[in-house]
Design a protein around this ligand. Sequence first.
Ligand code: SAM
Length: 285
Amino acid sequence: MSLLNTAKHLLRTRRCFPKKRLGQNFMIDEDLLRLMVSYASLNKNDVVLEIGPGLGFLTRLISQKCKQVIAVEVDPRLTTILRTELEDLDNVTLVEGDVLKVPLLDFNKVVSNPPFYVSSPILFWLLERNLDCAVLTFQKEFARRLVAVVGSKEYGRLTVMIYYRADVELLDHVSKDLYYPSPEVDSYIVRLRPRLPPFAVEDEQAFSQVVRTLFTQRNKKVRNAIVPYLARLGTRREKIKEIADSLLYHDKRVRKLAPEDFGALTNEIRRLAESKRRLSSMVND
Ligand code: SAM
């Protein structure tokens, strides 16, 4: 039976209607599922996380290539199906719950078709982990934002923050027709390899805040877009303009800054704030 027919049969006989809200679109092309597994270069030492195993088609293929699969599914209707569908596999640990909330054992790789509605939180959550690689599908627009060119319309906060933490490759375009039921848009298979940051950032929290603030006004020049951030740092009103006009890249549009430029700008602001603090403590001493 084709995966499409198996999916329809399982869902019908178990009276389980796919929930759009949970991103329940099942990949029904076995060649594509095999390709995803191959991109992770699995071996018998790997412990693999699968986010949202759904009906278990991908889970079965992953389990043949690795030591253990941790499959985390939020929908109890699907975990009921999975318990019987996967009962012959002794290296699959099925966990019921929200992947971002349940406690999990360590894993070193991820292979998954995650639900699209939580692409961004899942991605940032994964990058906090000590991973060798992750092979995931993301909706077309989201995937393009991950690798967008500086200055393009897709270039933004996501591009900069991901570039800082990982190598990203868009591997294959996936038509929406290869899912059942079909989602509204096509997707891409993406491989991520976390890596050391390619440029130095002295305060990662500040970096994240600067990038976030600047991209809320992506078409403005840095000297204008940075004002809310300087105000939040407690800079005196009459000083804000003077500092903003003296910063690195003050005359460039935000969307034209490369990821490294955001890093250099954050470091400069931090040093300015630090010397201001030192100065005021000397005056008060
Ligand atoms: N792995 C299957 C496949 O390849 O076809 C299903 C993928 S489907 C796009 C996403 C799956 O993630 C669904 O089974 C859905 O119930 C599950 N899911 C949705 N939100 C989740 C969450 N927060 N944690 C874990 N699983 C979730």
